[in-house]
Design a protein around this ligand. Structure first.
Ligand SMILES: Cc1cc2nc3c(=O)[nH]c(=O)nc-3n(C[C@H](O)[C@H](O)[C@H](O)COP(=O)(O)OP(=O)(O)OC[C@H]3O[C@@H](n4cnc5c(N)ncnc54)[C@H](O)[C@@H]3O)c2cc1C
Length: 690
C-alpha cells in the first residue's frame, strides 16, 4: 500500500526552524593586555562548537551539574545543522529483523582498518543509548505500527542498520539537543570564534576568542578570553580545505588550532569523497534515492554538446544503470570499486569529465541513455538486486522523476527550497569532499593527549578508513556523552576564580593571535583560501600520486613559511577571526599532505577515499574499450590496516609516527559482581583503552 504524504508533513521535515537564543551575556571581568581591554569570561567546561556533538556534550554535562558554556562561531551553522543527503542517516545498533550483535556492529564500523577496536566497540554499544535518548528528546525517527524503527542499508553496511528522519535528520538532532541545552540553562556564546588554547602549569586554562558582540573602538576585533579548566573541541570537520566540497560554507574545524596546541592528529589520510551539488549553490549529497531513481547522467562541453560519457565506462546499458543505482548505498568513492565495472567508476568518470572542463548533470526526466549497440534502458531489464529493490519500493514507474517522487518526495522539495526544480530541469553536480575520517587523536573517553582537552564529533579522528554511513553522527553522540561522563566523574571542571588573566601564558596566547594579523601583508584570507583549496582539490582528491603529493606538500610548507614571515592582512577588523582560521587551515592542509606523503612514500596503497595512481600498480580498471591504464593504481597493503599515522607539530613542521590500532579483548565478558565496584567507585574512568 502506498500512502500519499501531505505537503505540510513534507514541509515540517524540510524546513526546520531553530530555537531563539536568549540574549548573550556580557563579561563580568576585564583585563588590560597588549593595550586592549579584553573581556574575560569564566566557566567550568568550555565546549567549542554547537553542532550535534557539542550540544550532546553540553546537555550531558549540564545534567551532571557541571558548569558549562558553548562558544560557537555560528550557533546554527556547521555540518549537522546545515548539511544533508537525500536522507541523512544515523547508524544504529540493531537490524531490521533480529536485533544486532554489538561485536558484529563494531567489526562493521572498523572494517576498513586503521580503526581502534575499543573505540569501534564503544560506538557500537553506545549507539543503543544515543538513539533512544534522541527519541526521548523528540527526534522523530520513523517506526512501524509495532514500535520497530524503520531501517535501511547504507554505505559500508551490509545488514541495514541505518535510519533517518529525512533530509534534515542532523538538523533535527541539533534542534532537539539545542532545546534541551537551553532548557538546562547552558549559555551559548554565539558568533564567538575560538582561536587558541591557553596552557599553563601543564594544563589547559582556557582559550583566546574573537567575539562579534565584544567588538568596540578600543577592541576592534572583539578579542577576549574564556577561562576554563576543561575544553571540549566539537568544532566539526575542515570543510573549507577543498574547493570541490559538499560541506556547508564556513566549516573550518580546528585541526590547525589543535596542532598549535600540541595535540596529536591521527588518520588524516582518510576522508570521504562522493557525488553532490557544491556549496557554491546548495551543497547536498546525491546518494540514496536520487541515484536509485536512475536519472540520465551526462556531460556538456564548452560548445554545448552533450556526452553520454558513462557509456564509455560500462559495456552494457544494464551495467550502466545498475551502477548509477548502486551509488545509492555505495556513495563514497572507493578505489577497488573501480574494478570489475563497479560503482566507483561513476565517480572516476565524472571526475575525468570535470577535469576536462565539462559540466556534469543529472536529468530526472530522462532514463539513462543506453550503450550504443546494446538494448535501450528499460525497468524490465535491470540487474536482479536493482529490480527487486525498486519492485519492493513500488518504484517501477517509467521515468526517474516519478520513481523519485514515489520513493522520496522530500528530495524534490528540498531542492525547490533553494530554487532548483529537479522535476523540470537537470541538476549540475560533481565529485566533492564531504567528511574527514581522521582528526584529533582521542582515547575511549574523548580525551586528547593534553590534560583537560577533549575532542568529540568530526573534530575527533575516531573513524577508520571506511566508516559506515551514519557512523559520524552516531560517534558524535556516543563520544559527546562519554566525554561528559568522564569530565563530570573526574571533577576537573571547577570554575577558577584566580588571577589567571594576567598570567604569562595568557599574554603569549594573545600575542600569538595578534602576530598573525599584519597590515600591509600580501597575504589575505581570500588568497589563502584560493591557494589552499585549489591545491587540496587538485593534488589530494580521489586520484593521487606520489610526485604530485610531494610537490603539493612542498608548496604548502612554503605557504606556511610565508604566513609566518609576513602574517595576513585583513580589510576590516571583522575579518580578523577568519584570517586566523585561514592561517590554521593552511597548517591543516600541510598536516594532511604530510600524512599522505608519508603514507604513499612508504608504499601505502589505495584505500578509502583515494586511489594511489601508480604505473606499476596491480589495480587496473576496465572500461568499455578495454583497460584504462591512466587509472592504474596500487592496491592496499593489508599491513596498513593494522596501524594509524599520527602527526604532532614539531617546530615549523610535523613529526610523523605510526602506532598500532588499539585492541579489544573480544573474549573478555563483563561480569556483574566483579565489575560493579569499578562502576560504583568511578574506577572505570581510569581505563583509557578497552
Ligand atoms: C553533505 C553531507 C552529508 C552527510 N551525511 C551524513 C549522514 O548521512 N550520516 C552521518 O552520520 N554523517 C553524515 N555527514 C557527516 C556529519 O554530518 C558530520 O560529521 C557531523 O554533522 C559533524 O557534527 P559535529 O557536531 O562534529 O560538527 P558540526 O555540526 O560541523 O558543528 C561544528 C560547530 O563548531 C563551530 N565551530 C567551528 N569552528 C569553531 C571555532 N574555531 N570556534 C567556535 N566554534 C567553531 C561551528 O559553528 C559549529 O557550530 C554528512 C556530511 C555532509 C557534509
Amino acid at each position: 500500500m502506498s500512502t500519499q504524504v501531505p505537503q505540510d508533513i513534507l514541509d515540517g521535515l524540510t524546513d526546520v526552524p531553530m530555537p531563539r537564543l536568549p540574549s548573550d551575556r556580557a563579561a563580568a571581568e576585564q583585563v588590560q593586555l597588549e593595550g586592549l581591554p579584553l573581556p574575560v569570561y569564566r566557566t567550568g567546561c568550555l565546549i567549542v562548537g554547537s553542532g550535534a556533538a557539542g550540544l550532546r556534550a553540553a546537555v550531558e554535562l549540564a545534567r551532571r551539574g557541571v558548569q558549562t558554556a558553548i562558544a560557537s562561531q555560528s550557533a546554527w551553522g556547521g555540518t549537522s545543522a546545515c548539511s544533508g543527503s537525500d536522507k541523512q542517516t544515523i547508524h544504529t545498533a540493531q537490524v531490521a529483523h533480529s536485533g544486532d550483535d554489538l561485536h558484529a556492529l563494531a567489526a562493521a564500523i572498523g572494517a576498513g582498518g586503521a580503526m581502534d577496536a575499543d573505540t569501534a566497540y564503544v560506538e557500537a554499544v553506545g549507539s543503543v543509548r544515543a538513539m533512544a535518548s534522541l527519541q526521548y528528546l523528540g527526534l522523530p525517527l520513523p517506526q512501524d505500527h509495532l514500535g520497530g524503527t524503520l531501517r535501511y542499508q547504507t554505505d559500508h553496511d551490509t545488514v541495514g542498520r541505518a535510519t533517518s528522519c529525512g533530509p534534515r535528520t542532523s538538523r533535527l538532532m541539533v534542534r532537539v539537543l539545542a532545546d534541551e541545552a537551553l532548557r538546562l540553562g547552558v549559555p551559548m556564546m554565539n558568533q564567538t570564534t575560538v582561536l587558541r588554547l591557553i596552557r599553563a602549569n601543564g594544563a589547559v586554562q582556557g582559550a583566546v576568542v574573537m567575539r562579534a558582540r565584544d567588538r568596540c573602538m578600543a577592541n576592534p576585533t572583539g578579542l577576549g578570553l574564556i577561562l576554563a579548566p576543561v575544553i571540549v573541541l566539537a568544532a566539526g570537520g575542515p570543510g573549507e580545505l577543498y574547493r570541490d566540497s559538499v560541506y556547508p560554507n564556513g566549516c573550518f574545524g580546528v585541526l590547525g588550532l589543535a596542532a598549535e596546541a600540541g595535540l596529536d592528529l591521527v588518520n588524516l589520510t582518510e576522508s570521504q569523497f562522493g557525488i553532490g551539488t557544491r556549496r557554491e549553490g546548495f551543497p547536498w549529497n546525491l546518494s540514496g534515492t536520487y541515484v536509485q531513481a536512475m536519472p540520465h547522467i551526462y556531460a556538456v562541453d564548452a560548445a554545448g554538446r552533450e556526452h553520454n560519457f558513462l557509456a564509455d565506462y560500462y559495456p552494457s546499458t544494464q551495467q550502466l544503470a545498475a551502477n548509477i543505482f548502486r551509488k545509492g548505498y555505495q556513495w563514497p568513492f572507493h578505489a577497488t570499486r573501480m574494478l570489475d565495472f563497479g560503482s566507483s567508476l561513476v565517480d572516476l568518470a565524472i571526475a575525468r569529465e570535470t577535469a576536462q572542463g565539462r559540466r556534469v548533470f543529472m536529468d530526472f526526466n530522462r532514463n539513462p541513455v543506453g550503450v550504443s549497440g546494446d538494448l535501450p534502458f528499460s525497468v524490465d531489464r535491470l540487474d536482479p538486486d536493482v529490480r527487486a529493490y525498486l519492485a519492493q519500493a513500488g518504484a517501477l514507474q517509467a521515468l526517474p522523476i516519478d520513481r523519485l517522487r514515489h520513493m522520496n518526495p522530500l528530495s524534490i522539495e528540498l531542492y525547490r527550497r533553494y530554487k532548483i526544480d529537479i522535476a523540470t530541469a537537470p541538476l549540475e553536480f560533481a565529485v566533492n569532499n564531504q567528511h574527514m575520517n581522521g582528526g584529533i587523536a582521542v582515547d575511549i573517553w574523548g580525551q586528547t593527549v593534553q590534560p583537560g582537552v577533549y575532542a568529540v564529533g568530526e573534530a575527533a579522528g575516531t573513524h577508520g578508513v571506511t566508516r559506515p554511513g551514519g557512523a559520524a553522527l552516531n560517534a558524535g553522540q556516543v563520544m559527546g556523552t562519554r566525554a561528559a561522563e568522564h569530565i563530570a566523574a573526574t571533577g576537573q571542571a571547577r570554575m577558577g576564580t584566580g588571577d589567571l588573566a594576567n598570567a604569562p601564558a595568557v599574554l603569549q596566547a594573545v600575542q600569538a593571535v595578534q602576530a598573525v594579523l599584519r597590515p600591509g601583508s600580501a597575504l589575505t584570507p581570500a588568497k589563502l583560501r584560493a591557494a589552499v583549496q585549489k591545491r587540496m582539490s587538485e593534488a589530494a582528491g580521489i586520484l593521487v600520486d606520489a610526485a604530485t603529493v610531494q610537490q603539493a606538500l612542498a608548496a604548502s610548507r612554503a605557504l606556511n613559511a610565508a604566513i609566518r614571515a609576513q602574517g595576513i592582512a585583513v580589510a576590516r577588523p571583522s575579518e580578523a577571526a577568519r584570517a586566523i582560521q585561514w592561517q590554521q587551515m593552511a597548517l591543516a592542509s600541510e598536516a594532511v599532505l604530510t600524512a599522505l606523503d608519508h603514507y604513499i612514500a612508504a608504499g601505502g596503497g589505495s584505500r578509502g577515499a583515494r586511489a594511489v595512481l601508480d604505473p606499476l600498480g596491480d589495480g587496473l580498471p576496465m572500461v568499455t574499450s578495454g583497460p584504462l591504464d591512466e587509472a592504474r593504481f596500487r592496491l592496499e597493503r593489508p599491513s596498513d590496516r593494522a596501524c594509524q599515522i599520527v602527526l604532532r607539530q614539531n617546530g615549523d613542521g610535523f613529526s610523523v609516527t605510526e602506532r598500532p590500532n588499539r585492541a579489544l579483548d573480544a573474549a573478555s565478558r563483563p561480569f556483574f559482581e566483579r565489575d560493579w565496584p569499578a562502576w560504583l567507585t568511578g574506577a572505570i574512568y581510569q581505563h583509557n583503552h578497552g
